[in-house]
Design a protein. Structure first.
Lengths: 104, 369
């Protein structure tokens, strides 16, 4: 099976929420029936899945840390989140204006 | 699994892992009377925990490491303090999920739940058609549910539609999926009846045929193909038809804790079906103390309690010996291998149940006051 094209503007679905677990001292992505535990880099990526473009996301990761993860690893991580139903394609700004679907 | 994400790791055998999920059963009162209700038959209604007790429990849940709270029942909307409890759960940093029939979920309630910070809503439907839905629920509620689905969506809540599947509605699974897509649900949970609670009493009226199941499976696969990612469909298969038991609770006393309306703390919402186990109450002890020290929570934790063939089985930490309540209901011994397992010495119990003639009608869920 051919690999799917990566999301252009990865965005967390409304039912998933980033959470810091103070008891376990861990980053989590929580959704109605489960959660994923994230490391620092995973958390930094998830925090940036807000509808910005993939290239903007990767640029901002590079600014964050000099040892930013390899591009393929980020793309593969995003693909797995999408497979778990946690990421969708955000409407591009022009479409959002047209449909009035933009979130503040 | 990459370095960027991990599932919650299992703790070393000597350590007791902290729980992730709290099922807060706020009341057993419910406007519906579904014959497959998971509430335990025979319990008494009334004397529900008061607001102050729940506020205390929710705070303790956060400190214990609970991540998600599912407000359920009965019908949690019966309680006027629901929004107050949601707000308290959010203050305790919990992810909050409302599990409701949708009856009573109007603009006013949604507004107050939104302000309180509710994260997600799950609404049940009994069938895709009004007459069948209302017959199964034992109450006229279909139109209210439809309205609640639309309203919940319009308030911007993430929406899960939950439909419990059985002989009487399985043939309309395509219609159920269409309905979920048409109301804009984000997730559809198609969960076959689990035969505990009232469903165990009504088993021969609810068990589907193999042919029904095969058609339903094909319909779900086709719908997933057609809908892509617009609607996530979770399909929980009935364990009576599987080779191995379900990983009930992902292990007893491992991830889940239930607090029943009267304050009983349970490893599983059905645990009170198991005769001989005595459960602690949140009126007397903190959740922390209950989780780490209570004998009922320790009873089936880990693998040391397991009989043969579970003890030496490669799957002992995959399915944890299956469901303790089901083992008790079917064999009289909560410490037995779940008979659903094809390796269980009592597996013929399942074959016999599947060979039974379908019974009609079913008994509605009713509680004496």
């Amino acid at each position: 099976m051919m690999a799917e094209a990566p999301l252009l503007r990865p965005k967390l679905v409304p039912h998933s929420r980033y959470r810091w677990d103070a008891v376990r001292q861990s980053h989590q992505l929580v959704f109605p029936e489960g959660l994923l535990v994230l490391n620092e880099t995973g958390a930094a990526i998830v925090e940036r899945c807000d509808g910005r473009t993939l290239s903007e996301l990767i640029e901002s990761l590079a600014e964050l840390t000099p040892q930013h993860p390899p591009l393929e690893e980020v793309v593969a991580f995003l693909a797995r989140l999408r497979d778990k139903g946690l990421l969708v394609e955000a409407a591009s700004p022009s479409e959002a204006t047209r449909t009035g679907a933009a979130e503040p | 699994m990459s370095s960027l994400e991990q599932l919650p790791a299992s703790a070393p055998a000597r350590d007791i892992p902290r729980p992730y999920s709290l099922l807060a059963e706020l009341t057993y009162r419910c406007p519906l009377a579904c014959p497959y209700c998971s509430n335990t038959p025979g319990v008494k209604l009334g004397a529900d925990l008061d607001t102050a007790s729940w506020l205390r429990v929710l705070e303790q849940a956060g400190a214990l490491g609970i991540v998600q709270v599912h407000f359920s029942g009965g019908e949690p909307l019966v309680r006027a303090d629901l929004a107050q409890l949601v707000a308290a759960a959010r203050r305790a940093t919990l992810y909050t999920n409302l599990i409701t029939s949708g009856v009573g979920l109007d603009e006013t309630r949604l507004e107050s739940l939104k302000s309180a910070g509710l994260d997600a809503v799950q609404i049940s439907l009994q069938d895709s058609r009004e007459a069948e839905n209302d017959r199964l629920a034992g109450a006229r509620c279909f139109l209210q549910k439809r309205r609640a689905l639309e309203l919940t969506k319009s308030f911007g809540f993430p929406l899960t539609l939950n439909v419990v599947l059985h002989r009487h509605n399985l043939d309309r699974i395509e219609e159920v999926i269409e309905l979920a897509a048409s109301v804009g649900a984000n997730r559809l949970e198609l969960a076959h009846v689990q035969y505990t609670g009232w469903a165990f009493r009504n088993r021969s009226a609810l068990l589907p045929s193999v042919e029904q199941l095969e058609r339903a499976n094909a319909a779900v696969l086709a719908a997933r193909e057609g809908l892509g990612r617009t609607l996530e469909i979770l399909h929980v298969l009935p364990d009576y038809f599987q080779r191995f038991p379900k990983a009930c609770l992902n292990g007893w006393g491992r991830m889940f804790i239930t607090v029943a309306p009267d304050g009983a703390a349970l490893p599983c919402q059905s645990a009170r079906e198991i005769a001989g186990l005595v459960f602690p109450n949140v009126r007397d002890h903190s959740l922390e103390k209950i989780w780490f020290t209570d004998p009922a929570f320790a009873r089936f934790r880990g693998t040391a309690w397991m009989p043969d063939p579970c003890r030496g089985c490669d799957r002992r930490e995959v399915d944890y010996g299956g469901c303790r309540c089901q083992a008790f209901l079917l064999t009289g011994d909560a410490g037995a291998t779940d008979p659903v397992c094809e390796l269980a010495p009592t597996h013929q119990i399942i074959d016999a149940a599947l060979a039974e003639q379908p019974a009609e009608p079913f008994e509605y869920r009713r509680y004496a006051r």
